[in-house]
Design a protein around this ligand. Structure first.
Ligand code: ATP
Ligand code: MG
Length: 378
């Protein structure tokens, strides 16, 4: 049943790693990138808010969203080969959005007007879906750059992993400014109906906008809408190009989950949605699976005798505690196995990989390398 994930995604241009919050998306993204680079590819991995120690290990703690070459010596010191190259970066949604605006703006004046616009500055990072859209936008940029054979994309810890797929449309709607247009009346003055609707909704847009005075606000909104007017088509085209890339055969989606009911329910929903919408499915990774402890069938009395012979203090107590601990570990391993079985049967035998729960957080290159080994054939 176990799949060689590295072999499965080798030769693809894009790998998207998605799943519920906290299941190990960032870790698996780094591990996949490491494995593909090890096999000879020029890899970029876009991480999203990596643990600080992981960012340090990859050398990307202070570089914003500029790709940084991971030190091959660190990789080989961890016992991995490095035939290709691995560049890592942290997503900076604002910087990505600014670049997108700069590219789509008809001229320098228009660009400066948008980048300096308060509505843009407040909303470009807070509007729902912005981080998700900028993640795929960054992916698109890197993929188109020609500098990489494959780009691995970690995804944001979304409230709902499915949000990610709707982000391009949501972003296009934002740029289109339908919500903001409501705020303006037919002649560009304040539209009372729109205001009331927004206030009643207690929306985030409102809480940001409330900090501005009425006149400033109207001015800023008009400017925002005017500036984006000529760019709407550009954004819409870009969003659809991004969607096409995600849906193409050069892409594989990897869904990560943990062996627990909540993230698994989300993983199953995501898997089915990807299937329904015909996105190219790669594999399901069940991360942090506890192995069934071996041995240990010695009855407590016999174990106590062995411990006594070995000179252990309180051999009877120790034997009971050891037997109990073993039973706890077995129950945990059984529960994990049961969750994996449920996933397999619910999803009709998907390509599935289990990654063991490690004793220490994999935030060093050596820890990531452990995960890489679990993702590929030995
Ligand atoms: N197989 C594993 N064994 C032990 N610890 C792990 C394993 N995989 C991940 N972790 C740890 O679990 C934590 C969560 O992992 P990670 O940050 O990769 O999850 P995530 O899905 O990216 O989270 P978020 O949704 O918050 O972005 C981290 O501390 C990571 O080091
Ligand atoms: Mg993460």
């Amino acid at each position: 049943m176990s799949t060689d994930l590295l072999a499965m995604v080798e030769g693809r241009r894009v790998v998207v790693v998605a799943g519920a919050g906290g299941v190990g998306k960032t870790t698996v993204s780094a591990a996949l990138a490491l494995g593909l680079a090890g096999r000879g590819a020029r890899v970029a991995v876009v991480t999203i808010d990596p643990a600080r120690r992981l960012a340090t290990a990859l050398g990307i703690e202070a570089l914003g969203d500029i790709p940084h070459r991971v030190d091959a010596a660190r990789v080989t010191a961890a016992g991995m080969q490095m035939r290709g190259t691995m560049d890592a970066l942290q997503l900076d949604p604002r910087a990505t959005f600014d670049r997108l605006v700069a590219r789509e703006a008809p001229d320098d004046a228009a660009r400066e007007r948008i980048l300096g616009n308060r509505i843009y500055r407040h909303l470009s990072s807070t509007v729902a879906g912005a981080q998700e859209f900028m993640a795929v936008e960054r992916l698109f940029e890197l993929s188109e750059s020609g500098d990489y054979d494959v780009v691995v994309l970690d995804t944001p810890p979304a409230r709902n992993a499915l949000d990610f797929l709707d982000a391009p449309e949501r972003m296009t709607r934002f740029v289109e400014g339908r919500g903001l247009r409501l705020l303006l009346g037919p002649r560009g003055g304040a539209g009372r109906v729109g205001w009331r609707a927004l206030q009643a909704g207690g929306s985030m847009v409102m809480s940001v906008l409330e900090r501005l005075t009425g006149a400033e606000l109207i001015g800023d909104i008009s400017e925002f809408l005017q500036s984006f007017d000529g760019m709407y088509q550009g954004f819409a085209d870009r969003a659809s190009a991004v969607k096409d890339l995600l849906a193409s055969d050069g892409t594989r989606f990897v869904v990560v989950t943990g062996p627990r009911p909540e993230p698994s329910a989300e993983a199953m929903a995501l898997w089915r949605r990807l299937q329904t919408d015909r996105y190219p499915l790669g594999a399901l990774v069940v991360n942090r699976v506890h192995a069934m402890p071996g041995g240990g069938d010695t009855p407590p009395a016999q174990l106590a005798a062995l411990l006594r012979d070995a000179g252990a203090p309180d051999p009877d107590g120790l034997a009971v505690r050891a037997t109990d601990a073993l039973e706890v570990a077995r129950a945990r391993a059984r529960a994990d196995l049961h969750e994996v079985d449920t996933l397999v049967s619910s999803l009709g035998d998907p390509a599935l990989i289990t990654v063991p729960a490690l004793d220490a957080d994999p935030v060093e290159v050596a820890g990531i390398a452990h995960i890489t080994r679990a993702l590929g054939a030995p």
